[in-house]
Write a protein that binds this ligand. Structure first.
Ligand code: SD4
Length: 320
């Protein structure tokens, strides 16, 4: 063997242990359970998700349990029970869920069922469909043991009546700051990732309107090899750029989770001459446990739970 070849071989041999060590580090970090979710109520959702994760439950069980807390809370007027109704006074719910094997389920325009995320999970696990809507989704839910109940609280009814009284001809939606959809992404002790997203959608929307939250790739996307992303905000604009799918694909290309969220928002911002009048925010979780969050405008908060901490973080807008 020539000396040059020997050095080459030597280098390869010397480099191998470093690579192996790096892999072990990645695996170790990815085995730290964590949950990241949108808005203030993400704190309670994360707490529930972490209970599941810390008792060695799956990321899928964790995201479902987590967002069910928001769905059941009547004080949260943007998700589930107590959500603001559509223009006709009906609470209509959208939700989606994805597991670490790339399976997905979703429901849209679902009425009178308190936990749309659990119906979405049933669609994913017990049918070979991905999405059920309206009465079909409701009948499916009832046939799987879900109870029909009134989801319109007095508080949401009052705000709907007020909106009806004051509405202008062109005013189909509630105020622009009304977007507290919960997206929750989690990683379990095995390092697997899952996500869920659930909402009552835009307040006072045109009856029949469906947003981004139940659209796989828009409101939510999970690829267990790379990571996951979830959205909140003006759903129409998230759908147009396949927002959550875009964030995950950007991470696949090497963008950090933070830069991926910003780049995805940038696509929307430039479609609106640099100054959109609405809010969109993304959260992202990469396979190695790195996270990102970004919003078009100030005011967005996300909740992050890891290392025995569950804290709310404010995000500066990318344009203000
Ligand atoms: C939607 N993304 O339906 C949702 C809106 C939202 O709380 O975030 N609502 O467009």
């Amino acid at each position: 063997m020539e000396r040059r070849d020997f050095i080459k071989t030597g280098l390869v041999t010397a480099a191998a242990p470093t690579l192996i060590l790096a892999d072990i580090e990645t695996i170790k970090r990815s085995r730290k359970p964590m949950a990241i979710s949108t808005w203030n109520h993400g704190i309670n959702a994360n707490e529930e998700a972490m209970k599941v994760l810390l008792s060695e439950g799956s990321a899928l069980d964790a995201v479902e349990a987590g967002v069910k807390i928001s769905e059941a809370d009547p004080a949260i007027q943007s998700v589930g029970f107590g959500g603001r109704p559509d223009g006709d006074g009906h609470v209509t719910l959208d939700a989606s869920i994805m597991d670490s094997k790339g399976n997905a389920g979703s429901v849209a325009y679902l009425q009178n069922i308190k936990h749309p995320v659990s119906v979405a999970r049933k669609v994913m696990e017990e049918t070979d469909h991905v999405m059920l809507v309206g009465n079909g989704a409701k009948n499916f839910a009832i046939s799987h043991g879900f109870k029909e109940e009134n989801l319109l609280t007095e508080e949401s009814r009052t705000s709907w009546l007020k909106w009806k009284k004051n509405r202008r001809k062109k005013d189909d939606f509630g105020p622009n700051d009304d977007h507290d959809t919960i997206s929750l992404l989690a990683q379990d002790l095995e390092g697997n990732i899952a996500g869920a997203c659930t909402t009552s959608g835009l307040a006072f929307k045109i009856p029949g309107r469906v947003g981004d939250s139940p659209i796989i790739g828009a409101g939510l996307y999970v690829d267990n090899e790379i990571g996951a992303a979830g959205a909140t905000g003006r759903g129409e604009e998230v759908i147009k750029v396949a927002g959550s799918f875009l964030v995950v694909e950007l991470m696949r290309q090497g963008y950090t989770p933070q830069d991926a969220c910003k780049e995805a928002l940038g696509r929307t911002v430039s479609r609106h001459d640099g100054n959109p009048k609405f809010q969109i925010a993304y959260i992202a979780l990469r396979k190695d446990g790195a996270i990102g969050a970004a919003a078009i405008r100030k005011g967005f908060k996300y909740a992050l739970s890891s290392d025995n901490q569950n804290k709310l973080y404010s995000v500066k807008g990318i344009i203000n």
